[in-house]
Design a protein around this ligand. Sequence first.
Ligand code: CO
Length: 217
Amino acid sequence: MPSLAHLLERNRRWSRGIHAAKPDFFSRLTQQQTPKYLWIGCSDSRVPANEIVDLLPGELFVHRNVANIVVHTDLNCLSVLQYAVDVLRVEHVIVVGHYGCGGVRAARQGKPLGLIDNWLRHVQDVADRHASFLRSLPDEEAVVDRLCELNVIEQVQHVARTTIVQDAWRRGQKLALHAWVYGLSDGLVKDLRIESDSPAKFEADYVAAVADVAREG
Ligand code: CO
């Protein structure tokens, strides 16, 4: 018996359940996908994209990596973004961080973990950018929480600066960027109040969102 028999059994049960409720569900999905949203989130197993916003297959385009980082030269992330914006024509890109992120915590601690240290340098860059604010916080938990928020805001900035988003805005395509942080302890999303549909709106939203983090931290 294959060692993953229990997962395959769960899959059959899941498929049967959906089929029973909506007999044409899967056949409709084979025709096309028309998601309105691109989710860029953390790989953390506790942050499952579709479940958190209660969306079905076909409704959410997803890219996940450790600490929800958008790097200007990451061909994987950029390809997802380009396909989502240019081909699927999603109307919203949401970067979703989460409190208690192991990647953010590891970046803070600087304990050697291997190759991933190089990836987490990007979070350390965010921490460096906001070093004086982070130094003003009372304890390490507060630092990690605020850094989780700031990391999301900075990664949205990276999204905003891609040629993909800049070109979409220039040709008048409807596209808004958002920054969210998910709470592991209550299952709720905190909206960091970025809702940017142009370069100018993004610049204003970015400044306001960083100021909000500082005020509430
Ligand atoms: Co994480």
